[in-house]
Design a protein around this ligand. Structure first.
Ligand code: DX5
Ligand code: ZN
Length: 221
């Protein structure tokens, strides 16, 4: 069980070798990853397409780690049951795609999954205020979503600090996750700002010494 004060490393399989995904998942688990981050993109909300419930279900059969599913899709309500059924541990939705966010978070919980909520770089922290007590995780995007390997946006640091303060004010144990451009270089400032869960694609899967070394480098940072 992950404790709220532990540091969570969540490899994003967007940067994995999809021709041998099972082996990469096994290497993540052996290398000490805490969660597996799965980026779902629909070609509408973001300009890229990736993983559906079928591949998530294959991941579920290949690892016992929690599956942290980041839904970059329009009208996520329609697909939440399929992703929950496929084995998602947590379903994280974008504020920008959910006009009835409160209802959507309730739907996720009713499906037996943990509920996460996330913000694009242009979206202010204030939009989360009313739903903070409902969520298990807040994800602050530190790039514009759609692709791996983009440069970290340092102007997101004040937003991370602001959300940390909002969580502390209500005594919430909610994870504060960051995603995009996370590396051994950028992680210390993110942690200092209050992040507790770190998604990383390229820093792990493209590490010159391999996946385990990539995870270890982040943990040491
Ligand atoms: C971006 C995705 C990220 C991405 C991170 O839209 O949500 O999870 O895979 O990749 P890196 O760590 O390479 O920036
Ligand atoms: Zn992601």
């Amino acid at each position: 069980m992950d404790k709220p004060d532990s540091l969570i490393i969540a490899p994003s399989i967007l940067s994995a070798n999809f021709a041998n995904l099972g082996a990469d998942l096994a290497a993540c688990q052996a290398g000490g990853a805490n969660w597996i981050h799965v980026d779902v993109m629909d070609g509408h909300f973001v300009p890229n397409m990736t993983i559906g419930p079928l591949v998530l279900e294959a991941c579920r059969r290949s690892t016992s780690l929690p599956l942290d599913v980041h839904l970059m899709i329009q009208t996520p309500e329609n697909l939440l049951p399929a992703f929950a059924q496929a084995g998602a541990t947590r379903l994280t939705v974008h504020v920008e795609t959910c006009p009835h966010l409160h209802r959507t978070l309730q739907q996720i919980k009713s499906l037996g999954a943990l509920a996460g909520v996330t913000l694009n770089p242009a979206t202010p922290a204030l939009l989360l205020k009313e739903v903070l007590p409902l969520v298990d995780l807040v994800l602050v995007m530190t790039v514009n979503p759609g692709f791996g390997g983009q440069a970290f946006l340092p102007e997101m640091l004040p937003k991370i600090r602001e959300i940390r303060q909002m969580l502390n004010a209500i005594g919430s144990p909610t994870w504060l996750q960051v995603d995009g451009g996370v590396s051994a270089e950028t992680l210390p400032a993110l942690r200092e700002a209050g992040a507790t869960a770190f998604v990383a694609g390229n820093a792990i899967f493209k590490h010159p010494q391999g996946i385990a070394a990539g995870i270890e480098a982040l943990r040491r940072a």
